[in-house]
Design a protein around this ligand. Structure first.
Ligand code: WQD
Length: 326
């Protein structure tokens, strides 16, 4: 079994590559390097530079490397940008997937793991989001992930391709400082940036119907997330005919205020946050039920938010040494 990991030079993709190779699963990376970084691909793992929109190039990569399974992470992932550039997001995330699936089915690849998102749920009005909670995405980004799931499932049903769509909740942390996320688009790096600039971290709204008034999310360590991919990939490989849709979270809600408190404590800062108005479109609470993957695949997250923050901070300090506190 050899796995093609699309987007394997990205933040999450590189962690998936690391987990797959550590588990003894041979991997090949396919990445257009638009946001990915070649240095993230470990020695000994082939890197094919190309877009999933380039069907000929994908087809050649599949045959050249004798690929039998694909883990597809290559995508655009900024919610705000997707509102400005919906056509770009549909092209990259939906058309890119359709072209890839054409090549995958023609090459008789047997297994396909798709990187989906809790963004498919939109503003879920439930305590714990199960895979049966209705999907009502609130952004073009979330729509492309939901359409992607439909494409993947329909292809599996029509061709016998074994499929799994993994709905990631809020990903944070790093396996090593070198693999840390370099983007500043999510809560943890945005707070790091404020602390580094000697400015107060911002809480986007403290009047939500939650225990401390700030939004509650389910944060998942990227190392746990990567291991969930290995578990899903192996399940598809060992018992074909799967059509899985799985939440990847911890089932534990953490508020923005709690996260900022932990970040201050772990980084050695003592900067109380300032409350700013709500960010439009933010749901009050999004927390996974992680029961289905535990029951069906026996997978459970191992790390908590302190590990996520400490490992993300090690990566941040590597790039911003002036941020370190003794
Ligand atoms: C978390 C909470 C903010 C920064 C997004 C996508 C989702 C997925 C993950 C891709 C929110 C608050 C943030 C700050 C704050 N992406 N916040 N101050 O919005 O839950 O999820 O990323 O698949 O689809 O929507 O993540 O990290 O941006 O925000 O108060 O400086 O932190 O308002 O409540 P979000 P986030």
């Amino acid at each position: 079994m050899t796995w093609l990991i699309t987007g394997g030079a990205g933040y999450i993709g590189a962690h998936v590559v690391r987990a797959m190779t550590e588990a003894g699963e041979p991997a090949v990376v396919y990445d257009d390097l638009s946001t990915g970084v070649a240095e993230r691909v470990p020695d000994g793992v082939p890197l094919v530079v190309g877009s999933t929109l380039d069907g000929d190039r994908v087809a050649r990569a599949l045959t050249d490397h004798g690929i039998t399974g694909v883990v597809h992470l290559a995508a655009k992932k900024q919610v705000g940008e997707s509102v400005e550039l919906p056509l770009h997001y549909y092209r990259e995330n939906v058309e890119g997937l359709r072209v890839l699936l054409e090549a995958v089915t023609a090459a008789q690849v047997r297994s396909f793991v798709f990187s989906s998102s809790a963004a498919v749920y939109g503003m879920p009005d439930v305590d714990l989001v199960t895979e049966e909670t209705p999907c009502l995405p609130m952004s073009p980004y979330g729509e492309t992930k939901l359409a992607g799931e439909w494409l993947v499932r329909a292809t599996g049903r029509a061709t016998g391709l074994s499929t799994a769509s993994l709905r990631y909740f809020n990903v944070a942390g790093a396996a090593t400082p070198e693999l840390a996320d370099t983007g500043v688009f999510n809560l943890v790096p945005m707070v790091f940036e404020k602390l580094t600039d000697n400015a107060p971290p911002r809480v986007f709204g403290a009047d939500y119907p939650t225990p401390d008034g700030t939004c509650v999310r389910d944060y998942i360590h990227v190392v746990d997330l990567a291991e969930a991919h290995v578990t899903a990939a192996r399940a598809l490989q060992t018992s074909p005919g799967h059509d899985l849709t799985l939440n990847i979270g911890r089932g534990e809600g953490v508020s923005v205020r709690e996260m900022i408190d932990r970040i201050n404590a772990i980084t050695g800062y003592d900067r109380p946050p300032t409350v700013t108005p709500r960010r439009p479109g933010d749901p009050a609470r999004v927390v996974a039920s992680a029961d289905r993957i535990a029951t069906e695949l026996g997978w459970k997250a191992r790390y908590g938010v302190d590990d996520m923050i400490a490992s993300a901070w090690a990566g941040w300090v590597r790039l911003h040494p002036q941020a370190a506190r003794s």
